[in-house]
Design a protein around this ligand. Structure first.
Ligand code: ZN
Length: 433
C-alpha cells in the first residue's frame, strides 16, 4: 500500500511539473549574486530565496535548506521579479493585423500559442491582454485556460476581453471589408444601453478587465488619434457597468479630450495617452489613474518619424498620422517623465511582431527621461499593484515569479533584454547555463 501511495505521489508530482505547476511541497533555494525586490531604491546585494509551493517562503543572506530542496545557483547573475506587460495583444502579430477582417480564429489561436512561448521566454511572467483580435470569438480566454491547465507554456494572463469600440471607431473592422459584406463584431457598441450590454457580454465570456477604445488611433483607417469615440455619458455608463460587476476599465486614448473623459469617468488605466496635456497628466496623478504609455510602439516611432525615417511598412493613412503627430508625441513623453503619474509598463506587442523583445520597453522609457528605478517598478511592482495581483515583488508570501540576467539593470537598463532564467509560480521555464 505504501509503495502504491509513493508511486501515486511521484506521478502527481511529475504531472504537476509537466503541466507547469509547482508540485505540492516542492522546495527550491535560489542563490542570487545580486538582487532587487521590486520596491527598494537600489540593488540589495547577495541573497538566498526559499521557494515553497510556488510562493516565496523566506529571504535572507542564508536561508534554511530543507532536505530534498533543489538548489539553483544564480550567484553570477542579477535576480529581480518577473516582468509584467500590462498591454499586449497575444492574438496579434503582423499576419493577423494585415488580415483582420478575414482570418479564421484558429489562426489567431495559433498566433497566441507562439506569442505566449516567446513572451515568457523573455522574462514576462504576467501579461494583461489589452484586446482580443478575434471578431466574434474569445480566443484569449482559451489561451488563458490552456496556460493555467499547463497545456501550453506562457505567462499568467489577465484577460481584457475585446476592445469595445464605437461604430467606425478604432476597433470596428467593418471598414476594412468591401461593400456589401457585413460582419458580426461582438464589441462594437454605442449608446448607454448598448455599451452596458457589451460590458455584460464581455464579462460573461471571462473578461477580467473591460477595454474601451476611447479615441481613434494611428492604425485605424477611418479615425484619428484626436477623435473622441464616446460621450461623457457613454464613458460613465461603461465604467459604471464594469464596476457593478467588480471590473476595472482600461481605455485606449491618444487625444487629450479622450484621456480627460476617461479620467472623469473613473477608469483605472489609460493606454498610450500620448497626446495628454500637462493639466490632464496632473489630474491622472491626483486621481491615482495609471498610465501605460506603450513607448516602443508610439514614442520610438515618433522619434524616427521626426528624423525623417518614415515607417514604410504601415498603410499610407497611418504614415500620414505619424508625420502629423510626431512632434506632439515627443513633447508629451517628456511631460510624462516630469509628471508624478503612476506608470505601468506595456508594449502593445501584437500590433507589431513578437520577434521584438518586450523588455526593450524598459530602455525606451529610460531614453524618454523616465528613471531606471521608475521604469523597473513600472514593469514589476507598480504593474502588479495596478492589476491587483500577488506578484511583482520579491517578498515573503508573494508568488515566486523571478527572472535573472547577466548584469545590473540600474547600471545598464538594456540588460533586461538578456534574461537567462525565468521562474513562474516556482516552476523554472528557462535556465541558461
Ligand atoms: Zn493595444
Amino acid at each position: 500500500m505504501r509503495i502504491i501511495i509513493s508511486l501515486l505521489l511521484v506521478l502527481v508530482m511529475l504531472s504537476a511539473t509537466c503541466a507547469g505547476m509547482a508540485a505540492p511541497g516542492q522546495t527550491t533555494v535560489i542563490l542570487a549574486g545580486d538582487y532587487w525586490d521590486g520596491l527598494a531604491n537600489r540593488p540589495q546585494g547577495y541573497v538566498e530565496i526559499l521557494v515553497v509551493d510556488g510562493k516565496i517562503a523566506e529571504i535572507g543572506k542564508s536561508v534554511i535548506r530543507p532536505e530534498g530542496a533543489k538548489i539553483i545557483d544564480l550567484s553570477t547573475r542579477f535576480v529581480m521579479p518577473g516582468f509584467i506587460d500590462t498591454h499586449i495583444h497575444l492574438t496579434g502579430g503582423p499576419k493577423v493585423v494585415a488580415n483582420l477582417a478575414s482570418l479564421n480564429d484558429a489562426a489567431l489561436a495559433l498566433a497566441g500559442v507562439s506569442a505566449c512561448e516567446k513572451v515568457l521566454n523573455n522574462g514576462f511572467t504576467t501579461v494583461r491582454d489589452a484586446g482580443d483580435f478575434s471578431i466574434n470569438a474569445w480566443v484569449v480566454a482559451e489561451l488563458k485556460k490552456a496556460v493555467e491547465a499547463g497545456d501550453i507554456r506562457g505567462p499568467r494572463i489577465v484577460h481584457g476581453g475585446h476592445m469595445i469600440s464605437a461604430v467606425g471607431g478604432h476597433f470596428d473592422f467593418s471598414g476594412l471589408l468591401r461593400n456589401g459584406i457585413t460582419m458580426q463584431q461582438v464589441s462594437v457598441a454605442e449608446g448607454v444601453i448598448e455599451v452596458k450590454r457589451v460590458v455584460h457580454s464581455e464579462v460573461s465570456h471571462g473578461a477580467e478587465w473591460i477595454k474601451v477604445a476611447g479615441s481613434g488611433g494611428f492604425m485605424s483607417p477611418s479615425d484619428g488619434p484626436d477623435d473622441v469615440s464616446y460621450s461623457q455619458e457613454e464613458m460613465n455608463a461603461l465604467v459604471a457597468a464594469a464596476r457593478d460587476l467588480g471590473k476595472h476599465v482600461l481605455v485606449h486614448a491618444y487625444g487629450d479630450e479622450a484621456v480627460h473623459r476617461a479620467a472623469i469617468a473613473g477608469v483605472r488605466s489609460i493606454e498610450h495617452g500620448s497626446l495628454s496635456s500637462v493639466s490632464t497628466l496632473e489630474m491622472l496623478a491626483q486621481k491615482g489613474i495609471y498610465m501605460v504609455p506603450t513607448q516602443i510602439a508610439v514614442v520610438a516611432n515618433a522619434r524616427e518619424t521626426a528624423k525623417g525615417n518614415l515607417n514604410m511598412y504601415v498603410p499610407e493613412w497611418t504614415r500620414e498620422k505619424n508625420v502629423k503627430y510626431a512632434g506632439k508625441i515627443l513633447e508629451c513623453a517628456n511631460n510624462l517623465a516630469k509628471s508624478d503619474v503612476r506608470i505601468a509598463l506595456g508594449t502593445d506587442l501584437g500590433t507589431f511582431d513578437f520577434s521584438v523583445n518586450g523588455a526593450t520597453e524598459f530602455s525606451e522609457m529610460v531614453r524618454n527621461g523616465i528613471s531606471p528605478l521608475r521604469a523597473l517598478k513600472a514593469g514589476t511592482s507598480v504593474a502588479a499593484e495596478m492589476l491587483e495581483l500577488n506578484t511583482g515583488s520579491i517578498i515573503v508570501g508573494k508568488r515566486a515569479d523571478l527572472v535573472a540576467m547577466p548584469g545590473n539593470p540600474f547600471e545598464d537598463i538594456s540588460v533586461t533584454e538578456k534574461v537567462n532564467f525565468v521562474m513562474k509560480d516556482g516552476v523554472v521555464y528557462r535556465e541558461d547555463k
